[in-house]
Write a protein that binds this ligand. Sequence first.
Ligand code: ATP
Ligand code: MG
Length: 563
Amino acid sequence: MATSDSTPSLDFIRTIIAEDLQSNKHNGRVVTRFPPEPNGYLHIGHAKSICLNFGVATENAGGVCHLRFDDTNPTKEEVEYVDSIQEDVRWLGFDWGDHLYYASDYFEQLYQYAVQLIKDGKAYVDSLSADEIRDYRGTLTAPGRESPYRDRSVEENLDLFERMRAGEFADGEHVLRAKIDMASPNMTLRDPTLYRIRNVPHHRTGDQWCIYPMYDFTHCLSDAIEGITHSLCTLEFENNRPLYDWVLDTLKVEPHPQQIEFARLSLTHTLMSKRKLLRLVEEGHVTGWDDSRMPTISGLRRRGYTPEAVRNFCEHIGVAKRDSTVDMALLEHVIRDDLNRRAPRVMAVLRPLKVVIVNYPEGQTEELEAVNNPEDAAMGTRRVPFSRELYIEREDFLEDPPRQFFRLAPGREVRLRYAYFITCVEVIKDEAGEVVELHCTYDPATRGGNAPDGRRVKATLHWVSAAHALQATVRLYDHLFATPDPDAAADATEALNPHSVEVLTACQVEPSLAAAAPGSRYQFERQGYFCVDTVDSTPEALVFIRTVSLRDTWARIQNTQKQ
Ligand code: ATP
Ligand code: MG
């Protein structure tokens, strides 16, 4: 089971749990659950909930966290989502052990609880239409009205509910409602619907059921059935808590789990809702749920994020009771920090410009020693081939450089990383006047990158040997949305960033990458962190994804805030 780098400080939820343990409220038990609805792939917001629920369980001796699929809506749920959710939770480093549950496993039990409510006069079958029910509910300022069917006898209710189950009615003909208070200032208590008719098969129960329980009825009872002690959910359920408690208290179900709400995660430049992400997939704005621009866990995984980085991010943002939006730059900062420590350095030229070293012997090759990770000497060194023809980055040369440009220019000397000092002696252009090749000389005395006479250069460039380099495709990603808050747009797709991906197909990477396994991560020196795409890359046609650039915009944001 995953543990974080440092012990999390006590947020308000951990404080409550510590106090409950102290007072022996739940007989010393801590049982939490992560309860996704399998109607899409998990996103980074879910990661926050997963880290919290599994986190508090593992921090306390004997703590357990259940994975429970909240699968009560047969029209939107699919096995594909059930499988992906399990894969994602495991990838994050968490383990539910034997505790995998489905709300649909409780359908019979829930039905019996509903019958009990009817018998106790606490639930009734309503035959108003959906529109009428909405109309009768009233508004935040006006109380609702009681349905004309509210006073049906227990016998009639039992008979109708049984026939609902037996499939005698069409969708929407009847619903089962709790009998609470149509004048309650809390709208969720105005006789909420407990069951509705849906004549559709369910991905697990097949056509066994044609009535399905609603979330508010299912969730509290599922928690109680599983012996959950602390039911952690996001703030939008605060209004539902009285209903959660009403169901359990009215049915006298013990022990009674405690619902506690915390703020959901929002991130800039993206959307955080399965429903909205599904639309991006269905309308083809992205290539799939695992598109590297998606805030899904599968998208982040494919992008090259590590589970440690995602967990560190969740720890960093903490758990609070007030909603706030986290800057995407923080997530990028965390993965950059993580990869800085673990990713081996290599040289890759994304937009190549040919360089011929005119005084280097034709046909000669030598191998130079390069450091794999300056942050971690244990990662050792590797050998990089050098020869007469090389590629450097096109943007590292300017024919007519401005004063602040210290890289290569006519007549100027720079260092090639781990290799030699070179001086540009001639610029070759095509008919259109575009620079197509540079002729340079090298100083053999500077082998390894330093001049014995102590002369200095102002720039160090990365490079690859033309004859040895491998051609590769590199995808550079930017924010999926051009604005920080796409939800603010009338239609979020209007805020999509038209430049969210740039594909470079003529990149040249050093030959050590020939054996790079799918998913492996590197720093391309001076360019950023990249990983081998797990879907599209093959040994013959390498495809790299840029996880994150080297530019730390989070540090900049923090610095400007300090000023
Ligand atoms: P979505 O709108 O994306 O489908 P949801 O809340 O409806 O989100 P569920 O599958 O019901 O999705 O969520 C499972 C758990 O994850 C719930 O306990 C929910 O509160 C939590 N969760 C969902 N989104 C976030 C978020 N952005 N931040 C923190 N927790 C979240
Ligand atoms: Mg939902």
